[in-house]
Ligand binder design. Sequence first.
Ligand code: F6R
Ligand code: MG
Ligand code: MG
Length: 364
Amino acid sequence: MDITLSVIKADVGGYVGHSSCHPDVIQKARESLEGAKEGGLLVDYHVTACGDDVQLIMAHQKGENSEQIHKLAWDTFVECTNVARSLKLHGAGQDLLADAFSGNVKGMGPGVAEMQFTEREAETIVIFMADKTASGAWNLPLYKIFADPFNTIGLVIASNMHSGFTFEIHDLKEHQKISLSSPEEIYDMLVFIGAPGRYAIKAVYHKDTGEIAAVSSTEKLSLIAGRYVGKDDPVCIVRSQGKFPAVGEILEPFASPHIVQGWMRGSHHGPLMPVAVRDSNPCRFDGPPRVIAAGFQLANGKLVGPRDLFDDPAFDEARHQANTMADFLRRMGPFEPHRLPLEEMEYTTMPEVAKKLASRFQPI
Ligand code: F6R
Ligand code: MG
Ligand code: MG
């Protein structure tokens, strides 16, 4: 059976501040998708939230970039925004950057990750969702999952993934893409993906079969809007088991937290903390950045699940490490590298302060 998974997310208003989603907003999203399921547009759906982002997880047979599915997501976010406005939630409608839907939500604010595939005998799916971070946050974990034998032993000892994977990398500034093959081209690949502010892994393919293995959202809100409107808070879908990495190989990179862009005012570096869904509401200095992982088995497009995969004491040490890293970085206050470099900050007063003080600068 051919099935498409679409994960479309948006921040349509925070409760309280930018820390979480209000239950009424999530309820509205559920009602909207339930209607679409009853009407036959969706095979199944799951609505969840990561921090202040509403996550629409949709299984259907309309293919990627379907106008009907994107319109459903847009209309759902508009209805959720109306609820957010009625409750005077913070930043209601924040990620809806266009006034009206025009065929595809890409470029309109919401983040999108979609993949179409033929459902296997057992189709295991892991969906990562993050808050208070940017679209390049998946580069390091996706590299470890699909290219690093110290993380994924299957690359070494499982014959069905021994040939490796192909990575599709997007240059978010120049709007161009390149495919690079692992393991042969990993040194070339790391030149790019080690700079996640500019280059993001959009998709990963199984090299022997060409099958889609992972896809991420790469929308950069600041580039779409030309000004700060919130962090991207990206999502990523990963297929698992069999010829793809095992669930444990997919989650393992998050056992050693890495540092990502985002956190307070989208202008800091902070550790990405893996958490259970109930703990995904960032409150300390509006952070630190969070990631949740929802696991599903697909049964003819039905989403059997989710299992809350980071709700596991085995990730307690990662959370502890992330808190220690957060303490360490916070001590630097407004100094780099806790604060982002000038050109990466989402909030800045530099132009106005520089203008005010221009006449006082003297040649050295
Ligand atoms: C980061 C984030 C928050 C806000 C901060 C200020 O992605 O969403 O840290 O940037 O709370 O928010 P405003 O400017 O809406 O008061
Ligand atoms: Mg927000
Ligand atoms: Mg958010």
